[in-house]
Design a protein around this ligand. Structure first.
Ligand code: ASP
Length: 416
């Protein structure tokens, strides 16, 4: 049985088992099952996280040095940035547009949320400038500290510099280059081993999610949840595939078949970082993205490209504005979009990270930060779909970038 079939069957079993458990809460069967499910899911996520930092580091070092060696680095990073900007802009337009179209939050009684908002601790003010200062302070740090703390962004920056230096140094650093390539290959081999555990891990994660999530809280926010989820799915099922087809010249069905494993893992873990090793494997092996492109675009995209998060934050800001009866002017809506873009760049790929950076979006136009207390109870559910779209965007961009990089190859070889 292929891995894809195993994962599909595991996901179905996970959902059904989760439903069975949720019908029998407070029984010995429930608690012992939950214990075993937690154990299995921690092993699966733990293994993925264990590989994350060494994989990001080696793949960027190798990717950058290979791209530079072939004279492609400049082109690749520019196309990557352009793709990230374009897809995120589409996501923001969709988020704002659909929130308007369905007038989310309008006519709802804010009183029913008063308790939640009152008991919520108001976080420190997060303005774009303080966000930027934090961003720099957390990024330019001792690399060993970054490795130990799992600070993805700091590792990315250090790896980019190291990759560039390896090329600049030429033959002198040949042995370090070879070592990096070999370390990267070893990491990918380990990812292959962890992939074998994916069906079991996904089964456990989905069953646990369904058994423990209180779906009743969705009730009062059902309309908002439906609009946001529907719009995010539209972005992932229509907008991104269309862009992939036009610019990547790839059939979306081939794409979805090749990326199923990463997408389901993203859904089950709500973490693009934990999913990254699998996204890389899917992009290289199933979508045939060359290792130097995937090794550069996927880790960078995991940290910086989050369409689902940007869409969610923009729509949620409008929802809160409608809820408290505040009319946002066009300029304020543009500020929301801009801040949501920055917020999605800075959000780490972990569950509910978007909720934290959303404070900045709300505060940018004077909306109360306490309002996130309203959204927190349903966030774990909404996070599943937006993480899928975040991960999908990274793999899609790697296909597009690789295509344009390949096109330029004969020319650059001639030049060199
Ligand atoms: N969970 C998302 C991710 O890992 C980030 C978010 O909370 O929006 O991509």
């Amino acid at each position: 049985m292929s891995l894809n079939t195993q994962i599909f069957i595991a996901a179905v079993i996970g959902v059904v088992f989760g439903l069975v458990l949720s019908l029998n809460p407070e029984t010995a069967f429930f608690s012992s099952s939950l214990y075993i499910l937690s154990l299995i899911s921690s092993i699966f996520i733990g293994l993925l996280k264990m590989l994350l930092i060494p994989l990001i580091f080696t793949s960027i070092v190798v990717g950058v040095s290979n791209l530079q060696a072939s004279g492609q680095f400049n082109r690749v990073w520019k196309i990557t940035a352009l793709c990230c900007f374009t897809t995120t802009t589409f996501a923001l337009i969709l988020g704002i547009g659909c929130a308007h179209l369905f007038s989310v939050g309008q006519g709802m009684d804010i009183g029913i949320f008063a308790d939640a908002m009152q008991n919520h601790q108001t976080p420190d003010t997060l303005t774009p400038s303080s966000f930027l200062t934090n961003f720099i302070q957390n990024t330019l740090i001792n690399p060993f500290k970054a490795f130990a703390e799992g600070n993805v962004l700091a590792v990315v920056v250090f790896a980019l510099l190291l990759g560039a230096a390896l090329i600049k140094g030429g033959d002198r650093f040949q042995s370090v280059r070879v070592l990096s390539v070999q370390l990267f290959d070893i990491m990918m081999m380990l990812v292959g081993w962890v992939m074998k555990l994916a069906p079991l891990g996904i089964l456990a994660l989905l069953a646990k999610l369904i058994a423990t999530e209180d779906l009743k809280v969705l009730g009062s926010l059902a309309e908002f949840a439906l609009v946001v989820t529907g719009t995010t799915i539209f972005h992932g099922a229509v907008v991104l595939p269309l862009l992939l087809w036009i610019f990547g010249k790839m059939n979306p069905i081939t794409f979805f078949k090749g990326t199923r494993l990463a997408l389901i893992t993203a859904f089950a873990t709500s973490s693009s970082s934990a999913t990254m090793p699998l996204s890389m494997k899917c992009a290289q092996e199933n979508l045939k993205v060359r290792p130097q492109t995937a090794g550069f675009v996927i880790p960078l995209g995991t940290q910086l490209n989050m369409d689902g998060t940007a869409l969610y934050e923009a729509a949620a800001a409008l929802f809160v504005a409608n809820l408290i009866g505040m009319d946002l002017s066009l300029t304020q809506q543009l500020i929301v979009c801009l801040t949501a873009m920055i917020a999605s760049l800075g959000a780490p790929g972990i569950p509910s990270a978007g909720m934290v950076t959303m404070i900045m979006v709300l505060q940018s136009v004077g909306l109360p930060a306490e309002a996130i207390a309203i959204l927190l109870p349903i966030d774990r559910i909404l996070d599943t779909v937006r993480t899928v779209v975040n991960v999908q965007g990274d793999m899609m961009i790697s296909v597009v970038v690789d295509r344009y990089a390949k096109q330029a190859e004969p020319q650059s070889t001639e030049l060199s």
